[in-house]
Design a protein around this ligand. Structure first.
Ligand SMILES: [Zn+2]
Ligand SMILES: [Zn+2]
Length: 438
């Protein structure tokens, strides 16, 4: 049996890093001034991108805006069109050293915006012939703008940089159209880091929480996510004569109930938290027809890939057994949407002082695990990383009902924009300095 992947994940840091906790912050006053100098621009970019949201793999305008900015900054290389619309900017410092990647995602969601902001989106696009409203409801507009700002600050500090900074602007974090893989995976596949393999990668996400507070933890933070795809086939019959067919409606109900006990009763819940949810059940369209097909769709969330695989096996066994009882045919498939996202503990130690300097409301290093998932995990499967949350609840938001990410009313406190810029800049410098000091 494989060792727990959570342990493995914590230990496969790739490079031995020098912890610099407590070390003097690099060039803090210089960074403060430079961040102050770009904040107005970052806010303008955020609003502009917010007003012109684009769905995954369609971030043409956003990608062009980013590429133009990076070229203007005189970066050594600007790679475009990676994974459809992704952009990679490479900044070589004046001194030799390691390679650090900073990542932002650029895609929006198919949601009709209801924030009432003066720069709210009114964009509607055609998706398979259906008019579809689009909104930056996950804060990726802010992520893109903050990394553009960080690129400007770091480009002005070349003399000070020991190594290389790679700016990664990725498409389709929320997933592309059906059948297309997410942006991070495709960027890796298309050689986004050809010739500049990062030694580490850092990413952040805005989320409701105390504005300016950074939340992070060593090890896992966000769960893995695997789609559950169950297709049932049987013999269609009259609702008044169920014995002449296969009752897929009852079978579906039994499957839902059976799957609900897997995560709670059949695995050790004290070892790893996990959730199995069925979110979609489609069977039949009339009161007196028992349908010949039914589909169930759901998700597995957990913090260990061995556990994830165990849950898949238990789901398969349960569905197959129940289908056999009913005389139906079941096809069970899974699609891994994200691996576990979190922070390499040693790497986090290295940049924690930088994060503390950037956060205006402190750093919480003991934040709770989240059942949300991120395709940043695919970068982290190849490169040691740190992933942190930037609290961004707008001032005056109703305390107990702050609109969450993916809500049509989701918004951020723009005062966190310079916090994110500074966190990017200081964490990159702290990492490169720690490499140079080796
Ligand atoms: Zn999202
Ligand atoms: Zn997001």
């Amino acid at each position: 049996m494989r060792r727990s992947t959570i342990i493995k994940w914590l230990c496969t840091t790739g490079v031995a890093l020098v912890a610099t906790a407590g070390a003097a912050q690099p060039a803090l006053p210089l960074v403060d001034a430079a961040v102050g100098g770009v904040t107005a621009k970052v806010t303008t970019w955020r609003r502009d991108i917010h007003q012109h949201p684009e769905l995954g793999n369609h971030e043409k305008r956003t990608g062009a805006l980013v590429a133009e900015h990076l070229r203007k900054l005189g970066l050594d290389e600007v790679r475009t069109g990676i994974a459809h619309t992704g952009v990679v900017g490479i900044l070589r410092g004046k001194k030799p050293g390691g390679v650090i990647a900073l990542r932002a995602d650029m895609d929006a969601l198919p949601i009709k915006e209801a924030t009432g902001l003066p720069f709210a989106s009114t964009v509607t696009v055609d998706v398979d012939g259906k008019p579809t409203p689009v909104m930056h409801a996950c804060g990726h507009d802010a992520h893109t703008a903050m990394l553009m700002g960080a690129a400007e600050v770091l480009a002005g500090m070349r003399d000070r940089i020991a190594g290389t900074v790679v700016f990664v602007f990725q498409p389709a974090e929320e997933g592309g159209p059906p059948g297309q893989v997410s942006g991070a995976r495709l960027m890796l596949k298309e050689g986004a880091f050809k010739g500049v393999k990062p030694d580490a990668i850092f990413g952040l996400h805005v989320e409701p929480g105390t504005a300016g507070q950074i939340q992070v933890r060593p090890g896992p933070l966000l769960s893995s996510a695997s789609d559950i795809l169950i297709d049932l086939t049987g013999r269609q019959t009259h609702g008044g004569r169920p014995w002449e067919g296969t009752d897929l409606v009852n079978l579906s109900a039994d499957i839902v109930k059976s799957l609900a006990t897997i995560a709670s009763r059949q695995v050790n819940v004290f070892e790893f938290p996990n959730v199995v949810s069925i979110g979609s059940l489609q069977a039949g369209n009339r009161m007196n027809i028992l349908p010949g097909t039914a589909t169930l769709r759901g998700t597995i969330r957990t913090f260990d890939l061995t556990r994830r695989d165990r849950l898949k096996a238990l789901i398969r066994t349960s569905v197959d057994g129940l289908a056999k009882t009913y005389g139906a045919e079941a096809k069970v498939n899974f699609e891994d949407v994200a691996l576990v996202t979190g922070s390499d503990p040693k790497l986090l130690d290295t940049i924690l002082p930088a994060l503390r300097s950037a956060a205006t409301a402190g750093v919480d290093t003991n934040t709770l695990l989240r059942g949300a998932a991120e395709d940043f995990s695919f970068f982290e499967a190849e490169i040691p990383g740190v992933y942190y949350i930037l609290g961004s609840t707008p001032a005056g938001a109703p305390k107990d009902a702050v609109p969450t990410n993916h809500s049509d009313k989701f918004d951020i406190d723009e005062r966190v924009l310079p916090v994110g810029v500074k966190a990017h800049v200081l964490s990159a410098l702290a990492f490169l300095d720690s490499r140079a000091a080796k």
